[in-house]
Design a protein. Structure first.
Length: 288
């Protein structure tokens, strides 16, 4: 394709190696937490760490090939770093549903917990397919029309992710406000730090949202856009933010709240206390 360049700069080998190491460390840590706490809902998050690590390893390989870049490392680094955050989002969606059930706050959720995770995972899958398909088209584009098609498909995938993630943040905030105003017995009696976990969801969701908006603008500008011209943008507004997301969950892992023992304790406390808060319609909250 005339005028198409893999990079508009010489990729930094040192930066790629640095972030590859950080994501390898994150992968190791989340593997440990996953099996230690049997937190199977965090399997997508672990694969997101693997995608990021693999992406920056491929980017380091690509940097070593400057200026005669090969297609395969470029494709791998483009796709894996594009798709990694989508896998992070999948686990984050599942955490909210588990918090709601853990606190017996079903009636406080805008979407029934039975459908909440499925609804947001559907959006995540559509986003994944859009970004992955568009990335594949763009990476192998040989004409301007195919490049434009790849960009548009990626933009569609990113747009879906932003819309669903924005709605997810609204659903989380509405649930938080409702249970704060009218706590369930479980929310008052449990020692689990569920409110801190909700704030962790807010923080990490915001970071992923910022990254997704950056990618949306980047691909909207096209291959010759200003955001494609400088490597620093990709590291500061994508790689760094995603490292922070993995680090936050390394220190504040959802399994500290959502353990089987804690759930059973919450069930016993609720059934033994005559809890009337979340399970009746008198509260006046409506769900979709």
């Amino acid at each position: 394709m005339a005028g198409f360049k893999f990079y508009h700069y010489d990729p930094s080998f040192g930066a790629a190696v640095f972030f590859a190491i950080l994501f390898i460390v994150a992968t190791t840590r989340h593997t440990q937490l996953l099996f230690k706490n049997r937190a199977w809902y965090f399997i997508p998050f672990l694969f997101g760490c693997l995608f990021e690590a693999g992406g920056y390893i491929a980017r380091a390989m690509s940097a070593r090939q400057t200026p005669d870049w090969k297609l395969m490392p470029y494709i791998i680094q483009s796709l894996l770093t594009l798709l990694g955050p989508t896998l992070f989002a999948a686990s984050i969606y599942m955490v909210l549903g588990r918090i709601i059930r853990f606190l017996h706050g079903d009636s406080y959720s805008m979407i029934r917990p039975k459908w909440l995770t499925k609804f947001f995972l559907l959006g995540d899958i559509l986003s994944f397919l859009g970004q992955g398909g568009g990335g594949g088209i763009l990476a192998t584009a040989k004409t301007e029309s195919s490049q434009s098609m790849g960009n548009n498909v990626i933009l569609l995938g990113l747009g879906i992710q932003i819309v669903f993630f924005g709605f997810f943040m609204v659903v989380t905030m509405v649930f938080h406000v409702r249970i704060y105003r009218k706590p369930t017995t479980v929310s008052l009696s449990t020692a689990a730090r569920w409110q801190r976990l909700l704030w962790v969801l807010y923080a990490t969701s915001l970071l992923i949202m910022i990254r997704s908006i950056f990618r949306l603008v980047e691909y909207a500008q096209g291959n010759d856009g200003s955001l494609m011209q400088k490597e620093a943008y990709a590291y500061v507004l994508d790689a760094l933010l995603m490292v922070v997301v993995t680090a936050i969950y390394s220190f504040y892992h959802p399994s500290a709240v959502l353990t089987e023992n804690a759930t059973r304790t919450a069930d016993m406390e609720s059934h033994g206390s005559g809890d009337n808060y979340p399970m009746v319609k008198e509260h006046g909250f409506q769900r979709i």
